[in-house]
Design a protein around this ligand. Sequence first.
Ligand code: DGL
Length: 277
Amino acid sequence: MFMRNAPIGVMDSGVGGLTVIGEIWRQLPHEEILFYGDSARCPYGDRSTEEIELFTFKALDYLVGQGVKMLVIACNTATAICLELARERYEIPVIGVIAPGARAAIAATSNRKVGIIGTSATICSGSYPKALHATHQGIETFPLACPSFVSLVERSVTPAEALPIIKATLQPIESTHIDTLILGCTHYPLLAKMIQKVVGNDIQLINSAEQTARDVSFWLDEHQLTRIDLHDPFHVFLTSGDPLQFSQIGEQWLCQSIDVSHFDVWRTEFLQSTGDE
Ligand code: DGL
């Protein structure tokens, strides 16, 4: 009973995880969320495997320590590098965003040519082609790293500044004849309108959030973890970055105001040990 009413722990390197939370709220409005966005260390996607593991597990350990009933790694980069290890490390269910995105793309493509855009770490990991081919070996994949996109989102740059960068970065997509493009970074749905404008309406964009939320729903059911508390859910948003900027982006994306607090998982031990807070 206690575990059923515990929150779902969700993490991302920054604001991108909000795109997954929006879908969890839509599909599972009674569930509570404890979210940690590590904007102080964002982007993860340009970092080494060791650093991505270090930062991701520090965040996940914190969420597990808070008693969450399930973990959602709402970050493709962290999913690519850490999902399997996280499933070995924790006793609670751990959901990533790559397999759901791959499944959604397979369902969407007609010509079996699928583009994947993501951070350098996600693209280098080969996780998306692997996930796509695990389900459908006939899919032709066209991966492209877009290292500049995450900071466009985190800095909330204007469309006038973002559009030329998006256009130049996506230029290699033009000759591929893909009909489906996976937004393989949870930050990218926040740029979806501009990405769609650049690639044209014949290419279907895939955001893994919807399918990920379905997986969350399935696992809650499977493990009998669906919340049964009748009180309205209380959500907690924590960021190691600027809470004001985070809440502004969150409100725009979620169309409702959110309370965001500054909290850094790396600072707690220091503050506790000095008694300094
Ligand atoms: N939202 C993360 C992802 O899905 C962002 C990446 C980053 O921090 O570079 O990959």
